[in-house]
Design a protein around this ligand. Structure first.
Ligand code: AMP
Ligand code: GLY
Length: 419
């Protein structure tokens, strides 16, 4: 079959790498792709947030299956346009993508189905939100209601910080007219990835992200500086609890509202005292968590995504290997603030990649045979092994083989599980 993947980050390189290995895959096109993706697929220049452009491209290229990587095309309704024209698609409808795009929507779903999450209140003016915070006290969490590229959340240590965050949101930094104020949840965070076909659900792995730019989880929040899978904090018993209390009730509530969810549900969870509560949903794979998941799943990833898109999850299972994966992101110095583009990366040619060691590209381009950095997050060096320590050693061996003075990475990815 001819497959089109939308996106051009490390997540999409990992998806393309896994899908390419499956004999069902004939032609593989990734739009827009990047220099690493070009090694496993054809790259196409396409505005992936335009319903009309993607539809026309899929028709012109006889595409059989479209896999949507990032949230923006989902929120723009690209999956609806494709499905409406008869294409097989992996990724939720625009209406179901509200589980990520709208904090209020998700909170209402949780309340309706009884899924445990932080207590919350929504305000459409700054004064009421400030009064609420003063009454509740700190720590407390302030969230812009819409999509804010991971930058819309403030975990405020003091009431003053919370007030500032509220003012910033209403001053329009994120174009929002409402704010969600949440109870602060203490505990250990982990990510849980579950495929849903509208009716049935299939867990496909757990992971732990590292959101802060600096070692020891210091510095500003980023899209993610490294991840490992599985996350030992999400035990089998906890996974069963989360399926029972959070995932299945959510999927059932969505169906009850005639808004079935089809795609991957990425649940951000807070775990304390043997119980998990939902922090947030995303409606796509995490980046860089996807890199750790895909190196573990390999070629079967395509069969799983197809089963999800065709409503066959009830008869599908994951062929688990008893393995671990860890990925370390190399980012441009300055990220997540401003950074330079166009610096050259050396050493990549001398690396032998395998299903145990992969350098997934996130923000690269090839200029005259040289690989240059074009994004904030640029490479995701990913190792797999029988133990997390082995995966860790392989990932850092890749990191150390790369010569890129304008880049930086964290040396402590995996510290929680390794110590
Ligand atoms: P989000 O964009 O909703 O994933 O939030 C970003 C990060 O803020 C999460 O990964 C958590 O670390 C933190 N966070 C969000 N909501 C809460 C909460 N209610 N209690 C504690 N931490 C939170
Ligand atoms: N790594 C976090 C995310 O993809 O949202």
């Amino acid at each position: 079959m001819n497959i089109l993947i939308l996106g051009g980050g490390g997540r999409e390189h990992a998806l393309a790498w896994a899908i390419r290995q499956n004999p069902k895959c004939d032609r593989l096109i990734v739009a827009p792709g990047n220099a690493g993706i070009a090694g496993v697929a054809d790259c196409a220049d396409l505005n992936i947030n335009s319903r009309a452009e993607v539809l026309e491209f899929a028709e012109d290229n006889a595409i059989d299956f479209v896999v949507i990587g990032p949230e923006a095309p989902l929120a723009a309704g690209v999956s609806d346009a494709l499905r409406g024209a008869g294409f097989l698609v992996f990724g939720p409808s625009q209406a179901a993508a509200q589980l990520e795009a709208s904090k209020t929507f998700t909170k209402e779903i949780c309340d309706a189905c009884g899924a445990p999450t932080a207590a919350w209140a929504r305000f459409t003016d700054a004064a009421s939100a400030r009064d609420h915070v003063t009454a509740q006290g700190a720590p407390i969490v302030i969230k812009a209601d819409g999509l804010a590229a991971g930058k819309g959340v403030t975990v405020a240590e003091t009431i003053e910080q919370a007030h500032q965050a509220i003012d910033l949101i209403f001053e329009g930094e994120f174009g929002d007219t409402s704010v969600v104020v949440e109870e602060f949840m203490a505990g250990a965070e982990a990510s849980f990835f579950v495929l849903c076909d509208g009716t049935d659900c299939l867990p496909i792995g757990t992971a732990q992200d590292h959101k802060r730019a600096g070692e020891g989880d210091t510095g500003p929040n980023t899209g993610g500086m490294g991840a490992y899978s599985p996350a030992p904090v999400l035990t089998e018993a906890l996974q069963a609890q989360v399926m029972e209390r959070i995932i299945r009730p959510t999927v059932a509530e969505m169906s009850r509202r005639n808004n079935p969810f089809q795609g991957v549900l990425y649940a951000g969870l807070m775990i304390a005292e043997g119980h998990a509560r939902l922090v947030e949903y995303n409606v796509r794979f995490g980046d860089p968590e996807c890199q750790a998941l895909m190196i573990r799943l390999g070629a079967q990833a395509l069969d799983l995504l197809l089963a999800c898109a065709t409503g066959r999850l009830a008869e599908t299972s994951v062929n688990w290997a008893d393995d671990h994966a860890l990925t370390v992101v190399m980012a441009a110095k300055g990220y997540p603030g401003s950074y330079k583009k166009g610096s050259e990366i050396n050493g990549l040619d001398d690396i032998t990649e395998s299903s145990f060691e992969m350098v997934f590209h996130a923000g690269t381009t090839e200029v005259d045979g040289r690989i240059t950095a074009t994004g904030g997050r640029v490479l995701a060096c990913t190792g797999r092994g029988a133990t997390l320590a082995e995966a860790h050693e392989r990932a850092y061996r890749l990191i150390d083989a790369i010569d890129w003075p304008e880049g930086f990475h964290r040396r402590d990815i995996g510290w929680r599980a390794l110590s």
